[in-house]
Structures are given as C-alpha cells and as structure tokens.
Design a protein around this ligand. Structure first.
Ligand SMILES: NC(=O)c1ccc[n+]([C@@H]2O[C@H](COP(=O)([O-])OP(=O)(O)OC[C@H]3O[C@@H](n4cnc5c(N)ncnc54)[C@H](OP(=O)(O)O)[C@@H]3O)[C@@H](O)[C@H]2O)c1
Length: 170
C-alpha cells in the first residue's frame, strides 16, 4: 500500500479537523491516483469530507471504534490491522492510506511509498496534526521530486518517498 499526503515545511497536515491548504491541482492529482482503488482513512478524516460522504469510484474503508458514527455507505473496520486484513486481496499499488494523523502513523511502516505534496510554507495558525518526518526516519528515501508549482499563492512540489525497510521483506 501507499500513503498520500500534503504537508507544510514542518510536516503539519491539519488543524481542527480540516486540511491546511486549498490546492486544486493537488486535489486533481489525488483523484487521478486514487480513483479505481481503495482508500483507508480514520473516522475524523471521513468527517472532513463534504456531507461525510465517501469518495466516489473508490472502495472507502473507515477505521473507527464506533461503527454507529459513520454513514452506512462506507466499509467500517475496528482498527488499522483490520484495515490491512481487509485489503489483503487488493492490488497493493492501488491501496491508499489517506489519513489522518493517527492512521498515517499506524500504517506508515506498511507503506511502500508516500506520495507527498510539500508546500513551501509554514502553515498559519496552530496546526494540531502532523505526518512523521520522513527525512529523519531510517529507511525512507526520496525517489523523485517534481519541479515547483504555484497555486493560490502557494508553491509546492510532489515528492515521492520509498520505504527501503520493506525491501528485505518483499
Ligand atoms: N494533509 C493531508 O493530506 C491530510 C489528509 C487526511 C487528513 N488530514 C487532516 O488530519 C486531521 C485528522 O487526523 P486525526 O489523526 O485527528 O484523525 P483521523 O486519523 O482521520 O481519524 C481518527 C479516528 O480514526 C479512528 N481510529 C484511528 N486509529 C484507530 C485504531 N487503531 N483503532 C480504532 N480506531 C482508530 C478513531 O475513530 P473513532 O473516534 O470513531 O473511534 C479515531 O478517532 C484533520 O485535520 C484532517 O484534515 C490531512
């Protein structure tokens, strides 16, 4: 499986249940990468979607301790290990961990790649949710970095990280 995330320069990803940035080009990329695949998310991330609706044309798996909190049209699992079990027969390249902080942290070691959008700024306000700093995690390497792009006054790059810790195991 892979993870996909947008971070600021401090690896912040969210504040008060919301994303930090509005980047339509990044959203398009998210869509084109994940459509047709499976997305795994925490219940709080689902809550941040419009009307808490699952994302179309994808298998939506939501991790929660309380299935009553999520709408009936998503697939619910009781913990992140159950999410891993649920995708055992999916094509691993089409399984995406899409957040938030707690689910990234729990599943990062299972991810082969992280498709990261790095925004070249420090988010305003006080972010309360972070992604692990891959530049300081053993075994993680940058595979590719795009040219910078600018949108809504924000400069960002697509950076692809690979998890070499999985090499021995696969
Ligand atoms: N920048 C990005 O790319 C990006 C992407 C996604 C999200 N975000 C941001 O991240 C923030 C949300 O992250 P978060 O960490 O607060 O929430 P989250 O990971 O989206 O959801 C947390 C919830 O998931 C369930 N959960 C997580 N791990 C579990 C486990 N091991 N067993 C059982 N249930 C588990 C629990 O649900 P219950 O409470 O229902 O039991 C928990 O409260 C928001 O600000 C969002 O906008 C950013």
């Amino acid at each position: 499986m892979n993870a996909i995330v947008v971070v600021d320069q401090m690896w912040a990803i969210g504040r008060e249940g919301k994303l930090l940035f509005n980047l339509p080009a990044d959203m398009e990329r998210f869509k084109s990468l994940t459509i047709g695949g499976t997305i795994i998310m925490g219940r709080r991330s689902l809550n941040s979607f419009v009307e808490r609706k699952p994302l179309p044309e994808r298998r939506n798996i939501v991790v929660t301790r309380n299935a009553d909190l999520v709408p009936p049209d998503v697939e619910v699992v009781p913990d992140t290990e159950a999410a891993v079990d649920a995708v055992a027969h999916d094509d691993p390249d089409k399984v995406w961990v899409i957040g938030g902080g707690s689910v990234y942290a729990a599943l990062l070691s299972r991810c082969r790649r992280v498709y990261l959008t790095r925004v070249e700024t420090v988010a305003e306000g006080e972010p309360d949710t972070y992604f692990p700093d891959l530049d300081h995690l053993p075994g993680w390497e940058v595979e590719s970095t795009s040219e910078p792009m600018t949108e809504n006054g924000l400069t960002f790059r697509f950076v692809q990280y690979i998890n070499r810790n999985l090499d021995a195991k696969s």
